[in-house]
Design a protein around this ligand. Sequence first.
Ligand SMILES: [Zn+2]
Ligand SMILES: [Zn+2]
Length: 228
Amino acid sequence: MASIKQNITLKEHQGFVKEVYGLPNDRYFGLWDMVSNMERFMMRGLKGIRKQDKAKIRFNLLIALSWFISIMNQLHIDLDDQVWRRFPNLCSYCGSCPCSCKENKINKRKGTLAGKNKRPKTLEEFQNMFAEIYPAKERTLEHAGIHLAEEAGEFSEALLTFRGGHKDQDFKNLELEAADFFSCIMSVFNSLGMSAAKELSVMFANNCHDCKNAPCICDFKNITNFKS
Ligand SMILES: [Zn+2]
Ligand SMILES: [Zn+2]
């Protein structure tokens, strides 16, 4: 049985998703199918924001996150490394913590120095790091949701560019966009005041959250309710 614990690391999360969803992903879903599913569940999560339905936001964004991790696995991207490279306890734009982009009207990326201490070990620690860099009180939940949608668009665009040209530089850009998308999912959970790792550990206590199998046998046509 595969399960997620609250103290799961990003590497272990990628391993969990591979164990539960790797086989059906390889067999039934192409990369673009996975991107469509990631965006489909993310949009359902955004609908939850509009409807002020926290359970709907949580459930759908955790599924969107799982599809995103499946995409990371297929592309052999180590999310832990990429997120830390992009956000070494600092905003990737203004290079400070908490972020001071607004006050200083930063519109050109300053870049950050990686390799500082305080590298988070677990998914939950990464979420806490983002709470420090981008405090939830500085924005509304709606704002966090719009930013997430924006980053999903940039991620798709980077993927289209890379798959069109197969250039190493475009792949590096895709890795950066992946880190940005992940940071925005964490920010929505920070705005909700929820630990994504804790919610994942409830939802994925026993293999796939829906069919309860590993490998999963869902067709993902109708995923509407959380079965506890
Ligand atoms: Zn900033
Ligand atoms: Zn399933």
